[in-house]
Design a protein around this ligand. Sequence first.
Ligand SMILES: [Fe+2]
Length: 243
Amino acid sequence: MGNQEDLNDRLYFKQLLAGMDFAESDGVAAQMLNLAYLIGDKQTKQAIIVDPAYDIAGILGVAEADGMEVVGALGTHYHADHVGGSLMGYEVSGVAELLEKRDVPIHIQESEVPWVSRSTGLGPSELVGHSGNDTISVGEVEIELIHTPGHTPGSQCFLVGDKLIAGDTLFLNGCGRTDLPGGDADQLYYSLVDRLAKIPDSTTLYPGHLYSPESSDSMERVRRNNYVFRPTSIEQWRAMFSG
Ligand SMILES: [Fe+2]
């Protein structure tokens, strides 16, 4: 969909806080402060879930209460608190449970397929692997998939109009850790300063966790205030991470 006004008329967009808007009785969900999202087209009444975890019935229920049919899911990365799996011995529901309830495509980056497969127990053929800059459509609403490795090999961000859903690649303050399996600090630097360079300052950042008082902010303010944008070279970035 070409212009922002048309998109605003059609865009269905919801940010859902784990432990509050779904998984209300799940203490782990509440502690992890995950943010899931629904993106859809109000006219076709179709929506996709970004990072379904903890309480699939609850997330489906939010969409269905709004009259939206869930037609797919997007995973930002393989960690259990985003797509399901074992989280420090605690079993988190996720895309595998979604597939039991709805036969829908699960969109992830190609390089994340083996990781999501291991985390969720789904076979690679049950996942749809994408390359960076692929676009998927929900009704007439287009979502661009931006490959932003670093937190994990196939971490991805989603751009829909003037909104960027960044998973654990970028928070309002800070960014995802890079010391977990598949993490790479240098790659995260280039993701933040190169691959996300095309995101305008006027875009609103929607992170994968509620780690700040506000749940979203403009990229202009995030670039100005978030310490991860302070280094001006990879050497400074490395020094910050090793210090
Ligand atoms: Fe993560």
